[in-house]
Ligand binder design. Structure first.
Ligand SMILES: [Fe+2]
Length: 389
C-alpha cells in the first residue's frame, strides 16, 4: 500500500487572496524578522483585516527545539483556530512543530514519528504554509528539520499528520530573493526532484512531480538567477519548488541530503548550497554502482531535458548538465567553494562520515555507500574530482 500526501494547494499570482475565503477567528503567525523587514508580514496582516492575530517572529536559521517550545507556549495561550507559517523552510518547519505541540501539549517534539497515529489531530487549528523562497518544499512536506543545540546535530521529527492543511504558493513572495538565495534554494529543489526519482521509495506519483520540477528548474532557474524581476521565471520556480517537495516528500531524498545535512550541521552553510554541491557526485556514485540507475538517470534526461542517445550517453549528459547549471548560477561545486578551510575539513572528516552514515536519507540511496565510500566521496568533493568508483 502506498500513499501520496499533499496539502490543499493554492498557487499562482494573487494566491494570497485565498485568505479572504477562509472563516478565521484567531490567527497565530509564525515568521522571522526578515519577513517583517521585507513587508511580507504586513501583506498578510492586511488580508486578515480585523481578525485578531498574534505574531511570533523569533524563528532563526537552523531553528532549535527551544524556539518551537517557546512558540508553542505562546500559541497555547492565544488559542488560534489558524496558524500561518510565513517564510522559508526554517519558519514553515517551526510552524509544523508549534502546530503539533499546540494540538498535543502532552507530547514531546523529538518523539514525533511516522509510526504513531495521533488521535484527533488536528482538532484545534488548521495550518497554512506560505513559502517565501523557491526551494525547500517545506510548505508541502511532513518532516521538521530542527537543531538540537546541545548535541550540535540535526533531528528530523516527521509524521504525515503534520503536513500543512493549506499551502499558498504565491510568486509575489519570491520576487525579492537575492541571486545567491535564488541559486541555493533552486538547487535544493533540483536535488529534491532528482533524489526523489532515484530514491528506493520512488513511485509513479512522485516520479510525475520529479520530472516536471526538473524540467522547470533547468528552464527557469538561470532566468530567475540572472533577472529577479522575471515574473514568469519566478512563478515557475515557485511552483517547481513545491512540486519537487511533493516528489521527495512522497518518495524520500537520498545521500546528497545526508551529506548536505552533515555539512550544514557542522559548518552552518546554507542547506541548498550543501545539497546542490553534493548532488552531481552522488549521481555519479549511484550511476557507477546502483541497480538500474543508469536507466533512471537516462529517463530523467530524456523526459525532462529531451536529451537523446543511449542510456549510457544520456545519463552522462544529464550529470554534465547538472554540473553546468551549478556553474551557470555561480553556486559552490566543491567543499572549498562552500567556504570551508582544509584544516576545518580534515578535523571534521570523521564526524562528517559518521553523521552522513547515520542520516535517515542514506538508506534510500541505491546503493547505500559504506563508510569508506562516503569518506572517498568527501575527498572527491574537496578536490572537485568526478566520482570514478
Ligand atoms: Fe533539501
Amino acid at each position: 500500500m502506498w500513499y501520496f500526501s499533499s496539502p490543499f494547494l493554492v498557487f499562482g499570482e494573487d494566491a494570497l487572496d485565498y485568505l479572504d475565503q477562509l472563516k478565521m477567528d484567531k490567527v497565530f503567525i509564525v515568521t522571522d524578522k526578515i519577513m517583517r523587514e521585507l513587508g511580507f508580514v504586513e501583506k498578510v496582516e492586511k488580508k486578515l483585516k480585523d481578525i485578531p492575530h498574534q505574531i511570533f517572529d523569533e524563528v532563526e536559521p537552523d531553528p532549535s527545539i527551544e524556539t518551537v517550545l517557546k512558540g508553542a507556549q505562546l500559541c497555547q495561550a492565544f488559542e488560534p483556530d489558524f496558524i500561518i507559517g510565513l517564510g522559508g523552510g526554517s519558519v514553515m518547519d517551526t510552524g509544523k512543530g508549534i502546530w503539533f505541540l499546540y494540538e498535543k501539549p502532552d507530547q514531546q517534539i523529538d518523539s514525533l514519528n511516522p509510526f504513531t497515529y495521533y488521535e484527533d489531530f488536528p482538532s484545534k487549528a488548521r495550518y497554512i504554509t506560505i513559502p517565501t523562497t523557491s526551494g525547500t518544499g517545506a510548505d508541502v512536506t511532513w518532516a521538521i528539520v530542527l537543531t538540537d543545540t546541545a548535541q550540535k546535530r540535526k533531528i528530523t521529527p516527521a509524521s504525515r499528520q503534520i503536513i500543512a492543511s493549506i499551502a499558498i504558493i504565491d510568486p509575489i513572495f519570491a520576487m525579492k530573493m537575492p541571486p545567491a538565495l535564488t541559486a541555493g534554494t533552486g538547487l535544493d529543489a533540483l536535488t529534491h526532484s532528482i533524489e526523489g526519482y532515484l530514491s528506493m521509495w520512488r513511485n509513479d506519483f512522485s516520479d510525475a512531480f520529479s520530472i516536471k520540477a526538473i524540467e522547470f528548474v533547468f528552464k527557469y532557474l538561470p532566468r530567475a538567477y540572472r533577472n529577479g524581476e522575471d515574473k514568469e521565471a519566478r512563478e515557475k520556480m515557485h511552483n517547481a519548488a513545491s512540486m519537487a517537495g511533493l516528489a521527495f516528500g512522497n518518495s524520500q531524498a537520498t545521500c546528497a541530503h545526508s551529506i548536505g545535512h552533515s555539512i550544514g550541521a557542522l559548518f552552518h552553510k546554507p542547506h541548498g548550497n550543501c545539497v546542490g554541491m553534493a548532488l552531481p557526485y552522488v549521481m555519479e556514485f549511484v550511476r557507477n554502482n546502483g541497480t538500474g540507475t543508469v536507466q533512471k538517470l537516462a529517463d530523467i534526461g530524456r523526459r525532462a531535458l529531451l536529451l537523446t542517445g543511449t542510456d549510457e550517453e544520456v545519463s552522462e549528459q544529464l550529470i554534465l548538465k547538472v554540473r553546468e547549471l551549478i556553474k551557470e548560477i555561480e553556486a559552490p561545486s566543491t567543499i572549498p567553494e562552500l567556504g570551508i578551510s582544509k584544516k576545518e575539513f580534515e578535523d571534521h572528516l570523521p564526524t562528517l562520515v559518521k553523521y552522513t552514515s547515520e542520516d535517515s536519507c542514506i538508506s534510500m540511496t541505491n546503493p547505500m555507500p559504506n563508510d569508506d565510500q562516503i569518506e572517498k566521496m568527501y575527498h572527491y568533493m574537496w578536490e572537485g574530482k568526478r566520482v570514478d568508483f
